[in-house]
Design a binder for this molecule. Structure first.
Ligand code: ZN
Length: 302
């Protein structure tokens, strides 16, 4: 697409994570013009680095819109006075940070803004593992746990946005007294299953746990219990599991097997009974799902 100035137009994307920001400019998965990643520090410094990245890009190409897929909780309601802000995060300095406002004021282009997981879901819908579907969920298991997706072709919103990472999985079977690490709920799904929870529980960073460590069977059971609840509640046509912890590929067959066992034949769909390998899947966009999803949020504004 060519812009008013005759320069080719591109879209910006910001994957705003609690640990790192990834900024990119491009037109899709095969057309990334520039990308930069940096740690999430203070809002001023981090947003300033994002603005500097896009300012440099804007000298060479026309930016049609910028999408922001943010850690949260966030205010995704465009009619709200605090639209585009992070709300109640425990991350120091970031509560009430006006992310979309700061970027929008700097560039005067349309800003798409949503949760990191709704962004990733939109990117997967456009280019990845959810193409052609209208009801699916995208769950990330990494520094935190979050879920988003589409129902009937629309990104999930409501009162605010889903908080699938903070449901309460049943305990008791896990013969442990691990209290979980969610500062709000203790042993919610995130409090039990995010990377830092694994490290706290097993005494070593999650990525150093061997693939046959008992931690993974426990992890798969928590996630399967959660997925069964989401399947029964939302009837998704597919479930995409991303995030750093899901880089542990051995989790996928364990989760699939436990989901089938826990549902016990009740949800009579061949997708679950015969083709579960295609039902619970990693992101089609791999570890680019986040930043491409942010870009897709930008594209959706124009
Ligand atoms: Zn929680």
């Amino acid at each position: 697409m060519d812009g008013k100035s005759g320069m080719k137009t591109y879209f910006g994307g910001i994957e705003a994570g609690g640990t790192k920001f990834v900024c990119a400019v491009g037109g899709g998965p095969d057309d990334i013009r520039a990308e930069e990643r940096f740690p999430t520090t203070t809002p001023d410094e981090t947003i300033g680095r994002a603005i500097a990245f896009f300012e440099a890009q804007a000298k060479q190409v026309e930016l049609a819109a910028i999408g922001i897929a943010s850690f949260g909780p966030v205010d995704p309601n465009p009619t709200s006075p605090t639209f585009g802000s992070i709300t109640t995060t425990p991350k120091p300095g970031w509560a009430n940070a006006d992310l979309a406002g700061a970027i929008g004021r700097a560039f005067g282009v349309p800003i798409g803004f949503d949760t990191d997981v709704n962004g990733a879901a939109l990117g997967e819908h456009r280019w990845g593992a959810a193409q052609g579907l209208d009801t699916f969920i995208y769950l990330t298991i990494g520094t935190g746990v979050g879920g988003g997706g589409m129902i009937g072709g629309k990104l999930m919103h409501g009162l605010v946005h889903p908080e699938m990472g903070h449901i309460r999985p049943p305990r008791g079977w896990d013969n442990g007294d691990f209290p979980g690490i969610c500062p709000y709920h203790g042993d919610c799904l995130e409090g039990l299953c995010c990377g830092p929870a694994l490290a706290a529980r097993w005494g070593q960073p999650a990525e150093t746990l061997p693939s046959d460590h008992p931690a993974w069977a426990t992890q798969a059971e928590y996630l399967a219990l959660a997925l069964v609840n989401f399947i029964c509640t939302l009837s998704p046509q597919r479930i995409i599991l991303g995030g750093g912890v899901m880089g542990e590929q051995q989790l996928f067959p364990m989760i699939r097997q436990r989901v089938q066992a826990l549902l016990n034949g009740y949800v009579q769909s061949p997708a679950i009974i015969d083709r579960i390998d295609e039902y619970i899947v990693p992101p089609g966009l791999g570890n680019q799902a986040g930043v491409l999803g942010a870009m897709a949020l930008g594209m959706a504004t124009v």
